[in-house]
Structures are given as C-alpha cells and as structure tokens.
Design a protein around this ligand. Structure first.
Ligand SMILES: *Cc1c(COP(=O)(O)O)cnc(C)c1O
Length: 394
C-alpha cells in the first residue's frame, strides 16, 4: 500500500489526503519521504515558531521529560508557574493564566470564564475562526463549520470584522464579552483599521463587557511584537484587553494553550469551574519557556519585522500581488483577478516552497520566526516564476 492508501484507511477523513508525507525538518526546511527539500513558509500553521528541531526546544523538552514530564493538576511543578509569570510580565499586567493543550481549549476556558460574569451574550466577528470544539465552534462565524453540529451554545451575535459602528450597535448591557482577533488569520489575514481595537475596548468598557482577544495565531512574536495588539504597525495606542487566548506558536510545536485573564477577570473562574488533566504540564510549559527565551536571546522580534518587510517589498514588486495584509511574519497576499491561489500553492510546492491559500485569491505566509534572510530572498527571487507556472498572466 502507498502511504496515501494507508493514511486513508487509518485516519478519519477530516482533512482529505495531504499532498506530502514529511519525514524531518531543520530550521525552516523540511524533507519529504522521497528526500525532496522544501522551505516551510507555513510553520505548521504558525506553530513552529522556532522552526523544526530547534536545539533550545529539543533540550528543554528532553531535559524536562527525563526529569518530570507530567504531574496533573493535583500537584504543582515549577515550569507552569514560571511560564504564567513570564507571560504576565510580557503583558506588563496583573492577572492569572489557565493552561490547556490547544487553541480551541484556550477559547473554551475563556468562553466559560465569560459566563461567570452572569451574562451570556457574546459578540463575535464575521469570518472569525476560534476553533472546532462545541463552545469555540459556537463563536466561529463560518456557517459550514457550525450548522452540522447545531444546537451549539447560543446567544452569539456576529458583526462585520473591523466595523466599530456595527459592534457598538450589537453590544448591550447584557453582553458578557466581545471576542475578536487582532488579525483574522484563518480568513486569510484580514486586517482592521489601526483604531479598531481601541474602539472595541471603549465599547466593551462602556457596557461592562469583557474584551477577549484571540491571539492564538497572532501572538508570541508572530507579527514582530510579543502580542499583535501591542504592535504599532497594527494598533494605535495602548489597548489592554481583559482576556487573551494563546496557543499555536507558544510551544514551538509542543501542544499548549493559554487563557490569560487580566485585572478583575482573573478571578472569575473559581475552584471547580474548569480543569484539564494534561494542560500546563511541565514538559509543554518548559517548551514554551524555551520558545520565549529564544525569541528574546536571538532578537527574533526585530528579525521578524525585518524579514516581514523584506517579503512584502519583494513579493509586491510583482504587480500580480495587488495588496498585502498583516505584519511581521503573518502575511496575506491578494492576487490579481483571475489568478487561482490553489494553483499558486501547487506551483510553489513543486518548486520547493510550502505556502497556503485560505481564500480563492489569497496566499498566506506564516513562516518560522527564524526564517533566514537568505531563504526569504530566495523566495522573493522564485516568486515570479511560481506565478508563471500557476498560469498567471503578467
Ligand atoms: C488555530 C486557531 C484556533 C484554534 O486552535 P486549535 O489549536 O486548532 O484548536 C483558534 N483561534 C485562532 C485565531 C486560530 O488561528
């Protein structure tokens, strides 16, 4: 049997059969089962923040798992305590953290936390993605994801992303929370005006509702600042949310989610309200600490800003890219009318580059934060020929 046949016979068909079987990775490079090399400009969907097999993550996980890998929440261990304080330090705020194992779980905890306000109404945004478990799914805008699983937790209103007027009209004194992404990653990197998050803060404060930022894709250095809501390229002024959810890039490939609640929101979840067996285990939190340490020690925030700017400038030099969205290393590229982004993805793969197309005419790039200048320049050089082989007329 081919690996495709074994895959299809063994795994539930939730994703279709993937195009490649990957066997190893190093930095931003991966190799498939035939030994063909690719530059990974997706990083496992913004997860492999330090690339593949980064020595700091390998060492942290190896050391922790060979010392004390898991204890459950019946006992404490040092790494989750250190990680909680580290994250709060990066936010420069007082608060508390709940650790879990994925993005959707980080959002489940946040969703439950919002119910402890005594209110149930949540306002979310159109095209938002918050995860696939029943609670997070209830907030996800895509009806195709939701309707097969209804009834879901209700009392959710969607408003157009980036539209502060629509949000102001939807939020009332009964609203528990507004949940929003600084950039909508799964929708292809939708970017709001720079005053949007400040408006969200204003509106939620006025109605006593929580402001919940889903930074699962945008957080942990992805846009060139620790968190996207701190990025002056994306957000004007200082915005302090009540709840922030993180996952993807935090563990450098090791599954982890974090729900961070600031100020008064930090004590909404009380003993018995929530729990997880694996969440925040010493191994996963040690990996996350290694990721944060490395971002700092290798100066990766500035590197991300620099390489992101290089990519935007280089790729938009081809007129077939009509617009770019995002910042740092979370970029959406709009392709000129008539260019099929799926064909561009295939052409890129054939040429040794992994990218994806969250929308029919848009490409998303979310490479490892450690992507080298050399790899970025090589991609820029390869780009026009990739568009040519996708049949895009120039
Ligand atoms: C990926 C993602 C999630 C869900 O994370 P999982 O780890 O896949 O459950 C939620 N919100 C955003 C913004 C995401 O990008």
């Amino acid at each position: 049997m081919t690996w495709q046949e074994r895959y299809g016979a063994g795994l539930m068909n939730t994703y279709g059969t993937p195009p490649l079987l990957l066997t190893r990775g190093k930095g931003a490079h991966v190799w498939d089962v035939d030994g063909k090399e690719y530059v990974d400009l997706l990083a496992g969907i913004a997860v492999n923040s330090l690339g593949h097999a980064h020595p700091a993550v390998v060492a942290a996980v190896t050391e922790q798992v060979s010392t004390l890998g898991h204890v459950s929440n019946l006992f404490a261990s040092e790494p989750p305590i250190a990680l909680a304080h580290r994250l709060l330090g990066l936010l420069g705020a007082e608060g508390r953290v709940f650790f879990s194992n994925s993005g959707t779980e980080a959002n489940e905890a946040a969703f439950k936390l919002t119910r402890r306000t005594g209110r149930t109404h949540v306002v979310a945004t159109e095209e938002a993605f918050h995860g696939r478990t029943m609670g997070a799914l209830a907030l996800t805008a895509n009806a195709a994801y939701r309707t097969p699983f209804e009834p879901l937790p209700g009392h959710v209103t969607w408003v157009p992303f980036g539209d502060a007027e629509a949000l102001a009209a939807a939020v009332t004194d009964e609203t528990a929370a507004v949940v929003v992404e600084p950039l909508q990653g799964e929708a292809g990197v939708n970017q709001p005006d720079k005053d949007y998050l400040a408006r969200v803060r204003e509106i939620t404060t006025r109605h006593g509702a929580l402001m919940w930022l889903d930074e699962i894709q945008t957080g942990v250095g992805r846009t060139g600042t620790w968190f996207a809501h701190q990025n002056p390229a994306l957000v004007d002024g200082v915005v302090v949310p009540d709840v922030i959810t993180l996952a993807k890039g935090l563990g450098g490939g090791v599954p982890i989610g974090a729900t961070i609640a600031l100020g008064a929101a930090a004590t909404l979840l009380e003993p018995g309200n929530h729990g997880t067996t694996f969440g925040g285990n010493p191994m996963a939190t040690a990996a996350a600490l290694a990721v944060l340490d490395t971002i700092e020690s290798e100066g990766l925030l500035d590197h991300v800003t620099e390489i992101g700017a290089l990519l935007v400038e280089g790729l938009t030099a081809d007129a077939r890219v009509t617009e770019t969205r995002g910042a740092g290393l979370l970029l959406g590229l709009d392709l000129a009318a008539g260019i099929d982004a799926k064909l561009v993805v295939s052409a890129a793969m054939a040429a040794g580059w992994l990218i994806n197309s969250p929308r029919p005419h848009r490409i998303r790039l979310a490479p490892p934060l450690v992507l080298t200048r050399q790899d970025a320049e090589a991609f820029v050089a390869a780009w026009p020929a990739i568009l040519d082989s996708a049949g895009a007329a120039s």
